[in-house]
Ligand binder design. Structure first.
Ligand code: AR6
Length: 172
């Protein structure tokens, strides 16, 4: 039996002070962007983009870790999600993001990680499908985790939150 809690909340990924790492829905160059990447870089300050220069570029499905700079979190885990309909197989690449981020967090000894709904904004992944892929990926990797004890999905809208709630009920 595993004791990793999986939960979802409505909120801002850059305002999750009680988790060790927040996940960035990044671009390949790890530069500040719009949406999640904008919110995280704005809150972290310019030191984050500077540190990211040596970590980029990354490929779809990959996860890399940096420090949190001015964020309330010790770390940021940067994932590049697939562009829906372009980076294939998109389902596997999206699942890889969640798995690789959690394996990296676990290797670093972190206890808690908060994810946004990767690829569901600019990258166009339909939210209901993305929620199922995300939750299934977390549930599949859960038995292998030794240090991570909390996985939180942070959704921007009530509709997105309800898709993740449904997926957690179905697979969690
Ligand atoms: N907190 C939580 N969720 C958010 C926030 C926030 N502050 N802001 C947006 N969302 P996106 P992607 C939701 O576009 O699709 C960037 O420009 C949003 O409603 O941030 O992976 C990067 O630089 C959506 O549901 O990420 C890349 O080029 C979800 O988070 C590209 O966009 C993801 O939206 C990445 O696109």
């Amino acid at each position: 039996m595993t004791d990793v809690k999986v939960e979802c909340v409505r909120g801002n990924i850059a305002s999750q002070p009680d988790v060790d790492a927040v996940v960035n829905a990044a671009n390949a160059s790890l530069l500040p962007g719009s949406g999640v990447a904008g919110a995280i870089h704005d809150a972290a300050g310019p030191g984050l983009a500077e540190e990211c220069r040596s970590l980029a570029p990354i490929h779809p499905g990959q996860a890399v870790i940096s420090s949190g700079h001015s964020l309330p979190n010790d770390h940021v885990i940067h994932c590049l999600g697939p562009v829906y309909g372009v980076d294939e197989p998109s389902e596997e690449l999206l699942a890889d993001c969640y798995r690789n981020a959690l394996l990296l967090a676990d290797r670093k000894g972190l206890a808690s990680v908060a994810f946004p709904a990767i690829s569901t904004g600019v990258f166009g992944y339909p939210i209901a499908e993305a929620a199922r892929v995300a939750v299934r990926s977390v549930i599949n990797v859960r038995p292998t985790l030794t240090s991570v004890r909390l996985v939180r999905f942070v959704l921007f809208s009530e509709q997105d939150l309800s898709e993740f709630r449904d997926a957690i009920e179905a697979y969690g």
